[in-house]
Design a binder for this molecule. Structure first.
Ligand code: TRP
Length: 442
């Protein structure tokens, strides 16, 4: 980043950060993981981790970004701790992997927009999903989605995205509220609510350590943490803003949208008699498409819904590619446009297996989220808690009296609580991942 811009409007940063956070993670990934891991039990662990780990790590990224005014690799140089630069590199790797399958799911969304308009999923939403999610046409739509993302990043139209996000977040909320209200009228609603909202304590205690990695991975994924997106976005911020307040907005809006998505998806699943854990990555697409097929003017509502989801996915995908591209531009002589093309093409190639087989999608997804993001978050937290504590406290206090009084507690939590929780999570994440590899490939 040769010239340091700053956000055009006061609200620009919040909108871009929320645009990055709100995406497929909230509406696709959250409900399907919740369904796989016992409903309310997962929700409880997830919400706990958002508060205990997500918020402190979000603050860590914002503090590092605004203090250094640099990209996630250069930041550690600027703060005088070059030995920690490898965290940025780890983030870039996570970004490559995440975007490679994120764009595949983005391609599914494009096919669902078309399917809504043509009635493609009306007859059999399950068969439609399998058709959409695997095969060479999936690869083709992955390419289309990736090309759009790359086009935007190459042009660097931050304004276009800011504007898109401004429309997107409120529309997603309105649409989800309308769908949730409709869901409440369905036969399966009460069974769904008890599954989603009243935790089975026995299940929770019995499965806590297997829920933990997925819940933590999701907390990081949905808040765009652990790979430097928030460092990059905060590097454009002025000192007059309260990072604490901003992080509160991001967490509350993002969590509310994920929670709403669950209120939509589970009544639909239960009403259709679909076992919540059975749909896997397809759960949300299958249940929503089936619901749209039933609704009066459902194809219109479906089209609007999937267009919103596509825009939400785009603003998130953009943020991931932007981080990787900015690494390359900063550390080599390559210009933005060729850098974007080469990186996007490489990511596309890396993602091809995930477009051909859902097992690979799971493989990439769990590795990046349950391992790389957790590791990145743990290191960032140790950095602000132990290595750079005084600077971090000073930065959180800038523009915020409340931040100043919270800063010592935050640094303590970052030094002790977050690393311990994440180390345990990482251990179980690795164990679970090895088991998953064995089950899938041996
Ligand atoms: N948070 C986005 C979502 O929920 C995905 C995302 C964007 C992301 N940037 C990220 C995930 C960085 C991890 C890291 O859809």
């Amino acid at each position: 980043m040769a010239s340091r811009e700053s956000w055009a409007t006061r609200i620009g940063f919040i909108i871009a950060a929320v645009g990055s956070a709100v995406g497929l993670g909230n509406i696709w990934r959250f409900p399907f993981l919740t369904g796989e891991a016992g409903g309310a039990a997962f929700l409880v662990v997830y919400l706990g981790l958002v508060a205990v780990v997500g918020l402190p790590v979000l603050l860590a990224e914002l503090v590092i970004g605004r203090r250094s005014k640099r990209n996630p690799i250069g930041a550690f140089d600027a703060l005088g701790k070059p030995a920690w630069k490898f965290i940025g590199g780890l983030g870039a790797l996570a970004g490559l992997i995440i975007l490679s399958y994120y764009s595949v799911v983005g391609g599914w969304v494009i096919q669902y927009i078309i399917g809504s308009l043509t009635g493609g999923y009306v007859a059999d939403s399950e068969a439609f999903f399998l058709d959409v999610a695997m095969g060479w046409d999936t690869v083709a739509f992955d390419f289309v989605f990736m090309a759009i993302v790359a086009g935007i990043v190459a042009l660097g139209i931050r304004n276009g995205l800011e504007r898109a996000a401004k429309v997107m977040v409120p529309s997603v909320i309105v649409l989800l509220v309308v769908l949730a209200a409709y869901g409440a009228t369905l036969d399966g609603a009460s069974a769904a609510y008890s599954y989603y909202l009243s935790p089975d304590m026995e299940y929770l205690t019995g499965n806590f350590f297997s829920i933990l990695p997925d819940a933590a991975g999701q907390a990081f994924f949905t808040l765009s943490l652990g790979m430097g997106v928030m460092i990059t976005y905060a590097s454009y911020l002025g000192e007059d803003r309260s990072l604490l307040k901003d992080s509160g907005y991001i967490v509350v809006i993002d969590t509310a949208i994920a929670f709403l998505a669950g209120l939509v998806v589970f009544p639909f699943l239960f009403t259709q008699g679909i076992e919540p854990g059975s749909g896997g990555a397809g759960a949300v697409f299958i249940s929503l498409a089936a619901a749209f097929a039933e609704l009066p003017a459902g194809n219109l509502i479906g089209a609007v819904f999937f267009i919103m989801l596509g825009i939400a996915a785009l603003t998130s995908a953009f943020s991931i590619l932007e981080v990787v591209v900015s690494f390359v531009i900063d550390s080599t002589d390559i210009e933005r446009t060729p850098a974007t093309i080469v990186i996007a093409a490489s990511i596309f190639v890396i993602g091809i297996p995930t477009a051909l087989d859902l097992t690979y999608l799971d493989l990439y997804d769990k590795f990046a989220n349950n391992i790389l993001l957790i590791l990145g978050g743990m290191l960032l937290s140790i950095f602000v808690g132990l290595v750079y504590a005084d600077g971090a406290k000073a930065e959180l206090s800038e523009g915020s009296p409340l931040g100043a009084s919270i800063a010592p507690i935050w640094v303590l939590v970052s030094a002790v609580v977050v690393p311990v929780v994440l180390a345990i999570t990482l251990y179980f994440g690795v164990v679970e991942y090895i088991e998953f590899l064995r089950e899938s490939f041996l």
